[in-house]
Design a protein around this ligand. Sequence first.
Ligand SMILES: [Zn+2]
Length: 139
Amino acid sequence: MENTIVIFKTNKDFQKELQDLADYILSKENLLAIKVKIKFVKQGRANINSRKITIPIWAIDRGLHFLCYYLLHEISHFICFDKNLDYGHHFRFKDTERRLLNEVGIIPIYKKAYIKQLNGLNNKCLYNEKKYLKEEVGL
Ligand SMILES: [Zn+2]
């Protein structure tokens, strides 16, 4: 897995791209598969029992790096649960999430549980929440 550009081949069928990435990671981690759905919801979630991940459709608007982060965040919950590491957003969770993000060429910069910025391996900013909300949403 070199980088997100390689992962997101079509830039069209996001659900399939996310599913492919989830399948790749889960098989690499030797864990059971997860079903990924993009839905019109306010917030995404990881349902540990049904092994389903919901990604909100608004995440697409924030760009591929953010979308990728969102998926890897939810996948990290499954990895931590399956491996009995962490049930919240504590340091083992963040270690897992950071490891997955690094694999796709992303360095996360945190603000509490979630990220405020995503950088590339060259430390160039790929996504900044404040900048996005100001320039794209007008907040
Ligand atoms: Zn979470």
